[in-house]
Design a protein around this ligand. Sequence first.
Ligand SMILES: [Zn+2]
Length: 115
Amino acid sequence: MDGEVVTGANMENACYRLGLCAEQSALTTAQHAFGLDRVARIAVAGGDGSGGALKGGAPVTPCGGCRQAILEAAHLSNRDIEILASNGDGTALERLKISEFIPNGFGPANLKDAE
Ligand SMILES: [Zn+2]
């Protein structure tokens, strides 16, 4: 683990379901930069940006699809990936593990029974 950092951003699309979350964007970048098996933590931040700068509020956490993607990266690394969840202005921060978001996760190992 060398502390390399990659970033991601939400990619909005007029057809909403074709958008891409920042977490999955960052995981894709990590995959190409050093491999998903080396991901140790993911930081997410978000909030109301209508005034030009993000505002406070509650910390933003990954959506269900991103939680699954993070869980599968955790399975590859044998690491309980840490998620740093912040609100828009950084005044509230939560540190959680992916196992706390998905305590009984479903991953590739579960598919082995179907082979
Ligand atoms: Zn998401």
